[in-house]
Write a protein that binds this ligand. Sequence first.
Ligand code: ZN
Length: 436
Amino acid sequence: MSTPTADLKSALQGDIPRINVRNHLKILGAFTDLIESISKHDGWTREEFFQRSTYRLQLWVEKVINVGDEGQQPLQARELPPLDVAMALHSLMLSPARYFEDSELRFRQLKRMEEYPLAMVVDALGTDNSKYSRLENHPAPEHWRIHTGLQYDAIDSMQNDTTRSVTCPACQEAVLVSWRGDRGFSAADFHHTCPKCRIALTHDVLRAGKFFASLNRAREDPKLCLPNTAILLRGELGVTSRCSNIVNEVWKCFESENGKLTRLEDIAALSATERCSIMEYIAKTLSSPQSILIPENVPLLLRAFEHSYPFTQDIVDALRHQYQFMQIIHDEGWSQSTSKPSDDDLDAAYAEYAEFLQRIAIQGSGDPQWRDDLLWHTHQLMPTQYRVGVVIYIQYFLDHLPRGECTHQNGTQMSCGKGPSCGKPCGSRRFLKAEA
Ligand SMILES: [Zn+2]
């Protein structure tokens, strides 16, 4: 590592404008207030709110900003995401490698944003931090309602939008299911019978459906890969033969005699015979002696299917973690005070971020503290800048290592899945290095 910290700090100050850090702090304050307003309503849970926000982000990406006639135009005013969607979008972008894959391969419309629309969101915020206050005569709410059929405001939507649409992975029927109540979508034991093909829709079935749909798509289109399997080479996505080899090996594990994939219903029946979930059955099959995949890599391969949302990253889980970070920023007074942080405070934060990057470059591991984390996140909200800059500064693409690095459970590599409620300390985080 040749760049002395002072040089790196000034380079970072050039890359990450101070106004971005201040706007980022403002939206973190608004997200905190919005999340906290949920607990004031009887029967509303943060978990359901995070799930709904993730679903609404999906709709925003698929139905609002996916406009063919506008090509690569930047976001328009009418596309201003609802505040909860802005919150989920923030989480989506704070996973640079997976965001990069999604924006290159799955949702190219995300590339319409060169960076997170900080100024757009801040402009719509007024004094009531838990909602947009400056939306009079704004085109976004109407535009959103036309394209999604849902309420624009997050709280109004929690109140009035009682169902969501789920596509049956077996027969492709669009099914409306309720969010709440006994076995509603937000419950872990969600259960709904598909009215057309009668398959039992559960989170397990939806996850498996996402897995087989991704596998089918990647098999048909050699440009695609299974989520999480792209190689980041000097910040560029090298979708090389490695990706299609993985697709072929995974395919072989589930190929039936007619050369097609075994039907989801049949795999569901097989897993029921073996008394395991479909996802467990998939993991077992991929790790079996007949497969040439390395068993230790199977959990990583399946990581994008621990949830059924179409993104590679588990946004609901990211929101849980980021809420903790938002609370720290709030407790330090940085997201709700006009006097904090001072220019000197910010100066110190840039220096800490430069030191953090150098530490990573030298040791290959390390944990950011909250101030350098804030700068690191602000940097990530400018994906192109970040990708190019960080590779120049430390010679590799830097991302959080998969949650699998958490050592909650008996020192095994897989996370216990309980997240913050586990209470045991996480192992020191390590970071993803791109192969150079
Ligand atoms: Zn069905």
